[in-house]
Design a protein around this ligand. Structure first.
Ligand SMILES: [Zn+2]
Length: 830
């Protein structure tokens, strides 16, 4: 599978392959501005770093030309993994987080006191509150409550009482100096932020993942012309009426029943070959050469590294850091003010909505692993039941001899009666804190890996029968709860080509399906383990095992009929493992390509993510061509470990899980805010593993308006009740004193960032949910007051306005001033 005879992409590939010879030839091109000049002959999108292509506006900053150096320095530091008191991306270096927090609280107290001194405001707020909650209203409400069921809100609109409350008290800042930093710093920071957003927009568009519409709109105003690939705007027309019920219609037939491979879409007969770690598709299966290659774009490695270096330099730039830090502080304070002034109104708006409350709004558990989706009591009961029901069933092969379930337990000296939650010993406890290795061992019931294999694996001697049963029980619990949904992760390891088929067969044969559940496929970053055991010769083999079957089934569905069916319920990919494991390699242009990655070391996080993203992008284009749905990337990211994980996550993935480390990196946090990147947070899981509950940044992220949701991660290890997601909400609400409006906002976020279809979301959130601002909200479904949605929207617009305004204002200034702004000489410009 050597790629040398296959010049698949019309771009300069050869220098990338030679290690060591790169430094001199490539690095001058990599310097910011020069790159845009050096690469124009490449294909329009994939080969072009975002730099200055799409807009006339000057985005030069004082860091231009230094990205590579700064980034490499930072990577090296992260390798050293020194116990730095304050990392270079933190702010400010000399002040620990705790002190800052205290200062923030003091500020908040100050603000609230200031407002108390303002009797006018308070009086008006009170009057407003009284107005909407008058006795007449309450009477009317009572009547409605008696009449209305869970369906159409039809007549209610006419009554007028539900003309929803949208007026609220706004916090506005007047005067020119808006953000407390010198104008030149603001300008530099704004340019950097805009560049970073353009980078994300480019990668999202290229891979057909979604990008925040509001942000896109502001960015477009800056651009000379809109980005060519606005794929994410291709949302089909709303088929759902405004007064439709909140439950989507249920299909009567099981999606895995009565499916004949003969009725599947036809074979298009394309050929496949992986070249430099990325699958290439050819129109003829026997003639795989350049002229038969399909034009399925993906980001060129060089462009990716250039963009990543730029992002790395950006997050440690002093003025940018201080600017972002201040904006984040401002956002927190502004939210406090909003709550102070509008809390009562928000509550009143929620009370006015008949029937709807926190219990009957949609919630999606956006991050949960299938192998631990049941709680420990549930698993225990299941094991006991299995021992009673099927004692004689052969469940395992030991040295070529079949073992029955009874024999397995006898060999461990156990009876069904002996088993308890304590002997099962799967709960995370204080001994797992900062010990991911110990946590991983908790996946083994009674510490026995054989029980894990029998009960919570899809691929074992009984073909995952028990596991299918128990997942189906979890599914029926979700269906019973009606409003709870989950996105369960199943594993594909990349050790052999038939893993996908086995997984799909498991799901289809055992009919593991529920309308309340969608799948994500997680790929553990365990190349080093397989390589050491000699199961894989190089990294490319792993990538081939993960991606080639997906391409094959897309080209010819009946070649893997079960996989074709199963994939319809898979929404995307996840990348998992302990992020705190040290990485011994820096991903740059000198890194070996996947085929040459034969060492036993694990490739770094960004390497995994880039190749997953690149292959997924090509696959998505192929699938779109065939009219199939596309996938998204939603990796575990920023739970621990080096900060550049969050940089890769920002560039390549639609949303992430955890994001804990954003609390230490103000620039990234601000960027995640502006781009509204979804963050599925699991504070109970963090509490057992990486960060104690009271220090979890979720309430802070939420107050600033980041797109966060609550999820459980591993109910088997962390939760006690039958409804782990509710447990998660309940604890968060009590510890952080969240309001019912906050809870509903979190739940609404979870639906928005989930992979359920556009159509389903129309029912759950309302037919206008893709619109911007309060238009997108339907309080009768989400129970989130329009006031809250409007506040979030207006705040985001203001931030984007501030940034884009600053970038644009410079256009009007004179050239001399421009010269004084760029501190470094920029070679090759103009
Ligand atoms: Zn997880």
């Amino acid at each position: 599978m050597s790629s040398s005879q296959l010049p698949a992409q019309p771009k300069p590939k050869s220098p990338l392959r030679k290690r060591g010879s790169l430094q001199n030839t490539v690095s001058p091109d990599l310097r910011g501005v020069a790159t845009a000049k050096a690469l124009p002959s490449q294909r329009s999108l994939p080969g072009t770093p975002v730099c200055h292509k799409h807009f006339t506006i000057d985005l030069r900053t004082s860091m231009d030309g230094k990205y590579k150096e700064i980034a490499e320095e930072l990577f090296t530091r992260s390798l050293a993994d020194s116990e730095m008191r304050s990392a270079p991306y933190e702010f400010p270096e000399d002040s620990p987080i705790e002190q800052l927090e205290e200062r923030r609280h003091r500020l908040e107290r100050q603000i609230s006191q200031d407002v108390k001194l303002e009797p006018d405001i308070l009086l008006r707020a009170k009057q407003d509150f009284m107005k909407i909650d008058s006795t007449a209203d309450l009477e009317l409400l009572k009547e409605q409550n008696e009449v209305c069921v869970d369906h159409g809100p039809k007549e209610r609109d006419n009554q007028g009482s539900l003309i929803l409350e949208r007026e609220f008290q706004r916090v506005s800042i007047s005067g020119e100096e808006k953000c407390g930093v010198p104008f030149t710093d603001l300008l530099d920071a704004a340019k950097c932020v805009v560049k970073a957003l353009f980078i994300r927009e480019k990668y999202m568009a290229l891979s057909m993942q979604s990008f925040c519409r509001t942000t896109a709109r502001y960015m477009q105003e800056l651009g000379e012309k809109p980005l060519e690939l606005h794929v994410y705007e291709e949302i089909p027309e709303t088929p759902v009426a405004a007064d439709a019920p909140v439950h989507p219609p249920v299909s009567k037939t099981h999606p895995y029943e009565g499916q004949d491979p003969k009725n599947m879409p036809l074979d298009v007969g394309y050929g496949l070959k992986m070249v430099d770690g990325v699958v290439h598709v050819y129109t003829k299966s026997h003639f795989m050469e350049k002229n038969t290659e399909l034009d399925l774009p993906y980001p060129d490695l060089q462009a990716y590294i250039t963009d990543m270096n730029m992002m790395m330099a950006l997050i440690i730039n002093g003025p940018v850091k201080s600017f972002c830090y201040r904006r984040l502080q401002y956002l927190s304070s502004k939210f406090q003010m909003h709550i102070l002034l509008n809390e009562m109104k928000e509550l009143a708006a929620q009370r006015k909505v008949p029937h709807r409350d926190f219990y009957n709004i949609r919630k999606v558990d956006t991050h949960i692993h299938a192998s631990s989706c049941m709680n420990q009591k549930h698993l225990l009961r299941f094991i006991k039941r299995a021992m009673k029901k099927y004692p004689a069933e052969i469940v395992h092969m030991e040295k070529g001899k079949g073992q029955t379930l009874m024999e397995v337990f006898e060999s461990m000296n156990l009876t069904a009666y002996d088993l308890s939650v304590d002997t099962l010993d799967m709960h995370a406890d204080r001994n797992t804190f900062h010990r991911f290795d110990k946590f991983n061992a908790k996946y083994n019931p009674i510490g026995e890996s054989i029980l894990r294999e029998i009960f919570i694996k899809t691929d074992n001697y009984i073909e995952g029968k028990y596991f299918a049963h128990i997942v189906k029980e979890v599914m029926s619990d979700l269906e019973e709860s009606k409003y709870q949904n989950a996105e369960l992760r199943l594993s594909i390891y990349g050790r052999s080509h038939d893993e996908w088929d086995k997984l799909a067969r498991w799901a289809v044969r055992h009919k593991v399906y529920s309308d309340n559940v969608r799948w994500l496929v997680q790929v553990p970053r365990l190349f080093d383990v397989y390589r050491t055991k000699n199961q894989l010769a190089n990294f490319q083999e792993m990538l081939e095992n993960i991606f080639l079957p997906l391409f094959e089934v897309t080209i010819n569905p009946s070649s893997h009929p079960e996989l074709h069916l199963f994939l319809q319920h898979v929404v995307g990919f996840d990348s998992v493992d302990d992020e705190s494991k040290p990485e011994h390699h820096i991903f740059n242009l000198d890194s070996p390509l996947p085929f040459d990655w034969t060492e036993e070391d694990n490739p770094p996080y960004s390497y995994y993510l880039y190749y997953m993203y690149a292959n997924m992008t090509v696959l998505n284009h192929l699938r779109r061509k065939r009219g199939f749905h596309t996938f998204v990337l939603r990796p575990h990211c920023g739970e621990a470990g080096p900060i550049h994980h969050l940089v890769s996550g920002f560039m390549l993935s639609e949303s992430i899980s955890h994001g804990l480390l954003l609390r230490k990196a103000p620039v990234l946090q601000y960027l995640y805010y502006l781009a509204q990147v979804g963050i599925a947070m699991s504070p109970l899981s963090n509490n057992s593993l990486f960060l104690s509950y009271h220090r979890n940044p979720l309430p802070e992220y939420l107050s600033r308006g980041l797109m966060v949701s609550l999820s459980t991660d591993d109910p088997l290890q962390f939760h006690f009740t039958k409804e782990p997601l509710m447990e998660e909400y309940s604890i968060a609400t009590q510890v952080w004193k969240l309001s019912s409006c906050d809870m509903c906002e979190l739940a609404r976020n979870s639906v928005l960032m989930s992979g359920f279809t556009h159509k389903v979301k129309n029912y759950w959130l309302g037919p206008g949910y893709v619109k911007e601002g309060p238009e997108s909200n339907d309080i009768r479904r989400s129970n989130v007051p329009d006031i809250r949605v409007a506040f979030r929207y207006e705040t985001l617009c203001e931030e984007l306005q501030l940034i884009t305004q600053a970038v644009r204002s410079e256009e009007l200034d004179t050239i001399e001033e421009e010269d004084s702004l760029s501190m470094a000489p920029i070679p090759g410009w103009q």
